[in-house]
Design a protein around this ligand. Structure first.
Ligand code: PPS
Length: 562
């Protein structure tokens, strides 16, 4: 039986006509991924975005109101403005950002959640170093709207269409292939030899077939983009025996929620027709700034195992697989005989080697995959980067930014764009004021432009005040995967900036002629993780710029041969 929430074609036509007269919500990126999996039945038994009672049950004990298991809140978060117009029984058109109606929601509840309590219950932490906590606290909207869905159409995809299947399509495909036992391998990384070894072992252990089921929705910030990854998975298929494995893309927005996430993943795989599910070490487990994991390495396996009968999918637990150099083969770490030599290459080391263009050994990965990664991660001297200068008005940002622009143009290897605070406010953000909302929007715009420049291998020098930490982090996460991101804190105490007062703005702020002036009656949150801190009370602008150039050279962004 299909669990799809999509209506018939004629009903869809009627819903589109009805939607013309309904209030509308433009779905956020996360919501589009969630909606797709709701509509296609991958989130069965859910029939829509969670209502309040289901939400409370899911947070507290992973149960919906009717007692069925569900570990992850799937929420439609909206603005207060829209929420104020909605009550139970109303109908709301849910639109793709390009304008198409994807579904109509019949509202059951509208409420303001306690997000901190949600984070603690679901993710086991309120630390905003956890990506999903950060998203929940800083990026998602304040009010939840629950209700059932009638699906008009699935969000469109233009990439890798030959690798996309709904649960019903995948089940049909398994039948067509005669696959009775199928073990799913969840991944958000390119697959190297250890992963392939692990997945193939799992398939042969159950005497079944392998589904490589990578997530191509949202994954952990900083992960390899899915275009590159999917090309890698296609290469991997050539290294598995013919007709034994396939790849299908899963448009899921991950929460990196460790054990609950793993259980959720197993339920999704069951809905796609898999009989077995591999859970290895640290499944969907993020780390904090100091590299400490948020969850125990095998917590996820335990939770999946506890519920596997109820879910109806068999857990295939796997411990870490390592390369035994003495034997010339991969094996479980615990199976390595004493005295044998283990070879290991951490993610950090791999990134370092890619960055420097140095050797990546054949025991670690397949040549085609290494080539894909080298294409995606050219050495730093060929990448674009953003210099993001932040600091109080009068701290010296613009002067240093201008010197840097001149020097980098002299180097001449990349086009350079200066996005100075004052200048941006005359064009890109000319209609914005200085409320927190407008300042954040201003920085998001600067971040967007800088991300495009960085992606296209240029240099963006940004020099806004950017007083808020959270939006600076958003910009970092946007740009990081596309090239270099270097945060430079231009540090000078407000008293010194006030004394300099080149534009006379501090005097005006003191006289009450400008309200909400940063450092006087508006906050500035100092950076905690800036790559460079420049104290402009002790260094001249030229010395400060020289420090930045040295950093760029040390990190390989400007190199002699570039
Ligand atoms: S923000 O907070 O990042 O959006 O600010 P930014 O776009 O960099 O704009 C800062 C410039 O605008 C002038 N200005 C003010 N700054 C701070 N607070 C208030 N209320 C304000 N009103 C006007 C000021 O000249 C800033 O330029 P810089 O180069 O920082 O001195």
């Amino acid at each position: 039986m299909s669990e799809s929430l999509l209506v018939t074609e004629s009903k869809a036509k009627k819903l589109k006509e009805e939607a013309v007269h309904l209030p509308s919500w433009d779905l956020t990126f996360r919501q589009i991924w969630d909606l797709e999996l709701l509509l296609c039945g991958a989130f069965a038994p859910l029939k829509g975005f969670l209502g309040k009672a289901d939400y409370t049950g899911v947070c507290q004990n992973m149960r919906l109101q009717d007692g069925s298991l569900w570990p992850m809140p799937i929420m439609l978060d909206v603005t207060q403005e829209l929420a104020d117009t909605l009550t139970a029984g109303d109908r709301l058109a849910l639109r793709h950002p390009e304008g198409m109606v994807l579904a109509v929601l019949t509202v059951s509840d509208v409420w303001t959640p306690d997000k901190e309590a949600e984070a603690q219950a679901v993710l086991g932490t309120t630390s905003q170093e956890h990506p999903a906590v950060f998203d929940l606290m800083q990026q998602s909207n304040p009010v939840y709207v629950g209700g059932s869905l009638e699906g008009v159409e699935l969000p469109p995809h233009h990439t890798f269409r030959h690798l996309r299947h709904t649960p019903a399509e995948l089940k049909t495909e398994f039948k067509r292939l005669g696959w009775q036992k199928v073990v799913a391998f969840q991944t958000r990384n390119p697959m190297h030899r250890a992963h392939v070894e692990l997945a193939r072992n799992a398939a042969s252990q159950i005497e079944g077939n392998l589904l490589i089921h990578p997530v191509v929705g949202l994954t952990n910030p900083g992960d390899v983009d899915y275009f590159t990854r999917v090309r890698c998975y296609e290469h991997v298929l050539k290294h598995t025996p013919a007709h034994t494995a396939m790849v299908s893309l899963l448009p899921l927005a991950m929460r990196m929620g460790g054990p609950r996430e793993a259980l959720w993943h197993s339920m999704i795989r069951k809905n796609y027709g898999c009989t077995h599910f591999i859970v290895g070490r640290d499944h969907a487990g993020p780390r904090d700034k100091s590299g400490e994991p948020f969850y125990g390495p095998y917590d996820a396996q335990e939770l999946v195992k506890e519920h596997s009968d109820e879910v109806g999918i068999v857990l295939v637990p796997f411990e870490e697989v390592v390369y035994n150099e003495s034997k010339g083969e991969y094996m479980a770490r615990s199976a390595v005989p004493e005295g044998d030599n283990i070879l290991d290459l951490s993610g950090t080391e791999l990134r370092r080697r890619l960055k420097e263009g140095s050797d990546i050994p054949a025991w670690f990965s397949y040549p085609e995959i290494i080539e894909e990664l080298r294409m995606r991660y050219p050495s730093r001297s060929r990448q674009g980067f953003t210099l993001f200068l932040t600091g109080l008005s009068g701290s010296g940002k613009s002067t240093i930014a201008n010197i840097l622009m001149a020097k980098l143009m002299e180097v001449g290897t990349r086009p350079v764009t200066l996005l100075d605070g004052d200048i941006v406010r005359k064009n890109l953000s000319s209609e914005l004021g200085f409320s927190k909302e407008h300042r954040d929007l201003n920085i998001q715009r600067i971040g967007f432009v800088a991300s495009e420049i960085t992606k296209n291998r240029g240099v963006a020098i940004c020099a806004p005040i950017a007083p808020y930490r959270a939006v600076r982090r958003q910009v970092r996460e946007l740009i990081d995967p596309l090239g270099g991101f270097v945060e430079v804190y231009i540090s000078a105490p407000v008293e010194v900036c006030e004394q300099r007062d080149r534009k006379g703005l501090y005097a005006k702020a003191r006289a009450g002629l400008i309200k909400g002036f940063t450092g006087i009656d508006d906050p500035y949150e100092e950076p905690e993780n800036a790559e460079i801190v420049l104290d402009t009370t002790t260094m001249s602008p030229e010395e400060s710029a020289a420090q930045v150039l040295l950093y760029l050279e040390n990190e390989g962004f400007i190199a002699p041969e570039a």
